[in-house]
Design a protein around this ligand. Structure first.
Ligand code: ZN
Length: 531
């Protein structure tokens, strides 16, 4: 439907075709309509940079960043005569990931050469794995927190099959300078940084995820979230999507609803945030539905996702495996991890995130939905540490999810990056529990800690925020309030106890909120009634 607006209120986008020409603009089909007539099928390929000390085949540091071309040597620069030596740590990390994803670990496998030219890959081939990956055939359960997810309102679980987990070396990085877009088209010149070349990279490939229906974008989001948490718990990577240590390629295809056939898929490359993973699937469903509605064929190709507009555009036609002329890497012996080593790694696996969440949910007596809220807010670890520091589960959740989440939201910061520690929050909760602070004062203490005024105790001392608990001082304030409001006092004497609020308010005002309101109420009623 060139030039027309898609049904269902879709918008038009024009896209750059291969070869640089502008193809006819593509209309979209509204999402609800698209999934009412088509079944989405998704698949995800996730690349994880491992957090090993050294690169995969040499002793160069595998750390992120650094002055360009300072973390390099003859091996990772691909100089003639250099030979690779595999990192035991990288292989161990890969096995750890495979075991945590319920995979089988190969008894014998090989590295393979993947041949292609790119300026950021100095050998003109990448050492990867092809038909003999280290880990195969696993699964990961992911939980959706959609209200429509479960019939009884409980979260719905999807089991995502894992096809393979293999180990390969990362490439360097090209920077295209002088152009408006940062892409090579229109650039004046390009710079290459080989610091990243040879950093161990694990690729985790799912099996096609069927049966998600309209939930496909949510399942993709939930899968990458769970995988990220899992990898973090394994200590194998810092999994920072914004720094590229976790990168996702998202495959999407559509087939007519109920046909049981698989459609032609597109692969959206290097999607670098959880939100973008969801958006990329969402967009491809709307776009492909329009292509199919127009009687055209979806082109098998790689596509680029644009963070700013949330759309994908055509990249290049998808290479087939044979284009890479894979063959076994002749410079490396086969990889045969001894079984007892694999079992040692299995025995040393930490508690995995799903197990940990179930344990904490029970220990804290909270619902699945409350656990989901806490996880979505990035508060799980913080709440756990606050409880470890002595706070009750209810207090720890209250302060992190209400007061602190609100402040983080106001400033656009991550909860974990707020300048307050779990120990500080536990200290504030303890001051409230002991009666030294009320909630209002506690919020001021938190404000002081966030402003860099010191620990909670220091803020209390410096701002003079302690509750006035001395009855002599309170009684004086009560007497003043009664004297200042004789009419109210008369009402209470006459039995209208509800009027006490006005006097409590006057005392709270006089003490600048530092009194314990329930104690003030008791003192006033003791003074004015027989009770
Ligand atoms: Zn090196």
């Amino acid at each position: 439907m060139p030039g027309s607006v898609g049904r269902g209120g879709g918008v038009e986008t024009s896209e750059i075709g291969r070869g640089g020409g502008v193809r006819a603009s593509t209309a979209l089909v509204g999402y609800d309509e698209a999934v009412s007539r088509y079944d989405p099928l998704i698949g995800l390929e996730t690349h994880v940079e491992l957090g090993t000390t050294t690169k995969l085949f040499c002793g160069c540091p595998a750390t992120f960043g650094g002055e360009p071309n300072t973390h390099v040597c003859p091996v990772c620069l691909g100089l003639p005569g250099s030979l690779p030596v595999p990192s035991r740590a990288a292989i161990e990390y890969t096995i750890r990931i495979g075991l945590a994803l319920n995979c089988s670990i190969a008894e014998w496998c090989r590295f393979a050469r993947k041949n292609y030219f790119y300026p950021d890959m100095p050998k003109n081939f990448q050492i990867s794995q092809y038909d003999e990956p280290l880990c195969t055939d696993g699964w990961l359960d992911v939980v959706l927190d959609e209200p429509e997810a479960g019939a009884d309102g409980s979260p719905r679980t999807f089991r995502v099959g894992i096809e393979r987990v293999h180990l390969e070396e990362d490439t360097g990085k090209s920077q295209h300078m002088g152009g408006a877009t940062g892409r090579i088209h229109g650039a004046d010149y390009s710079l290459v940084d080989y610091n990243r070349a040879g950093i161990p990279l694990v690729e985790i490939v799912t099996k096609p995820v069927e049966g998600t229906g309209p939930l496909a974008p949510k399942v993709a989001h939930a899968y990458v979230t769970e995988l990220r948490d899992l990898l973090r718990s394994l200590g194998v990577s810092d999994v920072r999507m914004e720094e590229g240590s976790l990168r996702c390629d998202v495959n999407t295809s559509l087939s007519p609803r109920g046909s049981g056939r698989w459609g032609t898929r597109t692969e959206t490359k290097n999607v670098n945030s959880l939100r973008s993973v969801e958006q990329a699937v969402h967009y491809e469903i709307e776009r492909q539905a329009a292509v199919l509605d127009a009687g055209e064929r979806v082109i098998q190709e790689t596509r680029h996702f644009h963070e700013d507009s949330g759309i994908t555009t055509s990249g290049r036609s998808k290479e087939e495996a044979q284009d890479y002329r894979y063959f076994p890497e002749p410079d490396l012996v086969p990889l045969a991890p001894p079984r007892d080593w694999v079992e040692q790694i299995r025995a040393a696996l930490p508690e995995l995130p799903a197990v940990r969440r179930a344990r904490l949910q029970e220990a804290w007596g909270i619902t699945a939905a409350e656990m989901t809220d806490m996880r979505n807010a990035g508060a799980l670890g913080l709440v756990e540490q606050t409880i470890d520091a002595g706070a009750s589960p209810a207090d720890a959740r209250k302060w992190w999810l209400n007061e602190l989440a609100r402040r983080a939201n106001d400033t656009g910061a991550e909860l974990a990056s707020l300048p307050i520690t779990p120990a500080d929050v536990a200290a504030v909760a303890a001051l409230v529990q002991s009666g030294a602070l009320n909630d209002r004062l506690a919020r001021q203490v938190i404000e002081g800690v966030l402003a860099g005024e010191g620990t909670p105790d220091e803020v209390v001392a410096a701002r003079g925020l302690a509750v006035v608990s001395d009855d002599t001082a309170l009684n004086a304030a009560v007497d003043e309030a009664i004297a200042a409001h004789p009419d109210v006092a008369d009402k209470i004497r006459g039995g209208k106890v509800a009027a006490v609020g006005a006097l409590v308010g006057a005392v709270m005002k006089a003490t600048r909120g530092r009194a314990d309101a329930s104690r003030v109420r008791e003192l006033i009623l003791a003074r004015l009634t027989d009770s």
